[in-house]
Design a binder for this molecule. Structure first.
Ligand SMILES: [Zn+2]
Length: 160
C-alpha cells in the first residue's frame, strides 16, 4: 500500500509519498506551480533525510516542500498572502495528523510531538478530521508511539 498526501500551499500543489530507501523511509515530494496542470510532471523537491517511520518522513517532506515553495515565492511576503497562508496552516496541521494516525493509534502528546505542533493544534486537527472522516477513539488503547495505555486516536487505513 502506498500512502500519498496531497495539499495546497500558497496556491501550489504538493504531493508527498513515502518511499523505501535502503531499509529506511524517505519522502518523495513533487510540487506544481499555481495553475500548472498536475497531469504534467511537477518539480521534484530534493530530499536526503531518512527516517524509520513513513509518517515521519512525510511530515519532514512537507516541511521541505513549504520551504521550497517559500523560496520560489519571493517578493510575496506571507502577510500579503494571508488568506492562502491561513488555508495552508489549517490543512498543514490536519494532513500530517491524518497521515500519522492512519492505521496507527496514537495518544495526543505523541501526535503533537510527531506533527511538530502544540497539543492544542493537534486537538484542533483531530476535531477537523473527525468532522470529515470516521475518527476512532478509545480511552484504554496502547499508543503506538510511546507504548502507554491511554486515550488514543486513529483512522482505519484504506483497504486498497
Ligand atoms: Zn503516546
Amino acid at each position: 500500500m502506498r500512502k500519498q498526501m496531497v495539499l495546497h500551499y500558497r496556491h501550489w500543489l504538493i504531493r508527498c509519498a513515502p518511499e523505501r530507501v535502503a531499509g529506511f523511509w524517505c519522502a518523495a515530494v513533487e510540487v506544481w506551480r499555481p495553475a500548472r496542470d498536475p497531469e504534467n510532471a511537477g518539480e521534484i523537491v530534493p530530499l536526503t533525510k531518512l527516517f524509520d517511520d513513513a509518517a515521519d518522513a512525510c511530515v519532514d517532506g512537507l516541511e521541505a516542500a513549504k520551504r521550497w515553495i517559500d523560496a520560489r515565492s519571493g517578493g510575496v511576503p506571507p502577510a500579503i498572502d494571508a488568506q492562502a497562508h491561513l488555508v495552508a496552516n489549517v490543512s498543514d496541521t490536519v494532513s500530517p495528523v491524518t497521515m500519522l494516525i492512519l492505521g496507527r493509534p496514537l495518544c495526543l502528546p505523541c501526535i503533537a510531538t510527531k506533527a511538530r505542533a502544540t497539543e492544542a493544534d493537534a486537538q484542533a486537527a483531530l476535531t477537523s478530521i473527525g468532522a470529515l472522516r470516521d475518527l476512532r477513539r478509545r480511552d484504554h488503547e496502547r499508543c503506538r508511539g510511546c507504548g502507554e495505555v491511554r486515550r488514543a486516536f486513529w483512522l482505519d487505513a484504506p483497504s486498497r
